[in-house]
Design a protein around this ligand. Sequence first.
Ligand SMILES: Cc1cc2nc3c(=O)[nH]c(=O)nc-3n(C[C@H](O)[C@H](O)[C@H](O)COP(=O)(O)OP(=O)(O)OC[C@H]3O[C@@H](n4cnc5c(N)ncnc54)[C@H](O)[C@@H]3O)c2cc1C
Length: 536
Amino acid sequence: MTTGAHRVRDVLVVGAGFAGLYAVHAFREAGLDVGCLEAGAAIGGTWFFNRYPGARCDVESIDYSYSFDDDLQNDWVWSERYATQPEILAYIDHVADRFGLRQHVQLEKRVTAAHFDERTSRWTARTEDGDEHIARYLVFATGSLSAPNKPDIPGADSFAGETLFTARWPEPGPSLEGKRVGIIGTGSSAIQSVPILAEQARSLTVFQRTPNYSVPALNRKLTDEEQRRIRAEYPERRRKSRLSGGGSTHEPYPKPAQECTPEEREAALESGWRSGGVLFGKTFPDQFTDLASNDFAREFAARKIREIVQDPRTAEDLIPTDHPIGTKRICTDSGYFETFNRDEVSLVNLRRDPIVRITAAGVETSAGCHELDVLVYATGFDAMTGALTRVDITGPLGDRIRDAWAEGPVTYLGVQIPGFPNLFTVNGPGSPSVLANMVLTAEQQVDWLAGLIRHADDTGAAQVEVRRDAAIKWTEHVQQAADATLFPRANSWYLGANIEGKPRRFMPYVAGLGAYRRRCDAIRDDGYEGFVFTSR
Ligand SMILES: Cc1cc2nc3c(=O)[nH]c(=O)nc-3n(C[C@H](O)[C@H](O)[C@H](O)COP(=O)(O)OP(=O)(O)OC[C@H]3O[C@@H](n4cnc5c(N)ncnc54)[C@H](O)[C@@H]3O)c2cc1C
């Protein structure tokens, strides 16, 4: 049933995380009439939903923040090197209030379908409650890691205890005191939460299918002196970040690992490890392109795990052996490996003892039953495409995105899909997205899209559509860029390998934010090469 009688907007943004909120701001600044629909009960996206114990950013707080307004940084003080989930959410709330963005956002409005009417050149988006919203342009800022993945384990619904999901952690969080807790998954969310769950619970059982590399975060409070320095350096730091590969000012060691002496290599890796954080994965400039170079870092990290974990068998189980370091998203932790030295914490290697079923009592593996009171799923996301393919989006010729992407996503610059005019994505497949600083990439794409819409309006075009050949060429380029690195050697969610039946295609653009920005700018300067503008 259609209940909404809404005005036709210029732009309808779907999603109110970092990207969607910036889109609301930027499109409004561009003089467009903009609305925003958000499925959640509050704004914040990732940082509203992922409230599990220990949730925090693994990009330094100064870098993981908006860069569009220098003054914003002056009246916001990040308290720690890596911000916690509550602090990031408070920041997003602060930005929304400061720039008056809330009035444009409707909450608890999940878009379930959208279709394009070629006669009017308008999109109609339908929400779960049957409401309809009409706009000239539809912008999906629905997140790269926002569609949770729940594995299909036999008997999952029969568990008699409490079931929790890291990606949908309740507020207030449940008390785990005196409880036997199990957690399935050992990706970033598990690695962050395991040390805290272990402190709270009577016992903790970690069910691991694939071990992951993790580097100590070495999080700490920022001192007054650091705060002063950050303020002084801020404009220059952001300028450099916008042009860099990953969206930060990180500089790798000045020589490739292969050209270093063993002593130099060891010192560089030790220094990277002691600095803490994901940048250990980029210690050497050739670490993502040369397997031998990557091996140095991989072996170094394995040695560290063996040093930390007292039980040799557990240590070996925790060491990844199936991918070069960094080719799956490297994790950061605060005492993850140390947690396995606690008596009440155990690791179940599912490669050796696979899960047979979940029962009322707990998790049954081929080696026996693990009785539990609480079962936590930290099982990741249908990354980069899931939020889009879960919406029934139909183009003018009746094409559906989920069919168009049956063999993997095809996009132009990660912002448009052939056959779907006037529909754009932010941080979509084919853009740097999850391989760069996602706040900066969202700002770059939204600004660029605002320019594209302005160009269409200035030239009297009612429809903007990417040429299919341009999108195919771009998608091939994204694959070739990945093939020139070690990334495709890992069965990672970057290529959809964590979701059964998902087509394998490397989705993020590895060449980085700086190269991507230059490419986008060149396309714009060339009159938006690859796009077709049609008047009604
Ligand atoms: C646990 C976790 C930790 C992370 N840590 C980091 C980190 O350290 N560094 C980093 O760079 N990135 C990190 N990320 C990635 C993070 O998702 C991005 O950095 C950033 O928050 C993305 O913002 P976004 O607005 O693009 O997407 P999101 O924050 O995911 O927002 C998308 C919004 O769209 C809404 N939505 C989706 N579908 C619909 C629909 N059909 N209808 C209406 N609304 C819809 C969602 O409810 C959500 O609010 C992390 C992600 C997770 C899950």
